[in-house]
Write a protein of this length. Sequence first.
Length: 146
Amino acid sequence: RHLNSGGFLLIDEAANYGVDDFFVSAKRLARKIFPFLEFEKIPPDDVIFKSFYLKPKVAGRCAVSPYLWGIKKDGRWVIVYCRDDLLGAWARDESGKFLYECSPGGESQRLEAMKLTVNIIMYSLTGTYKQDIIHRKFIERKLKSW
């Protein structure tokens, strides 16, 4: 009901699990909710990669896949699946030290994971507003400067 009413679900795979088994389980769950929709790669020019930071790389604690996967319903991603353990890149102990190394890219990979996480959160809250025509010139100008 939540997803059919405009809600959003992020499935973030912790790298400790068997990659294929977890993805198969996520697909099975999604098929129960949306029997006629399939996971697809989210294109790198999708609004989810522009919702706050412009074009962050797909990264997490581990570099398993350079893609996000998602299920789109009525023009909007309702389920986003990341295979790279996004939240593992954020995890800290009681003293504030990061719990896990980000491999193989180190701290630059952690930064990309954090930027992507913020983008996903912004997308879940605001949807596709960055695709609106009023934002297009600003986004295009900003992308050319990169």
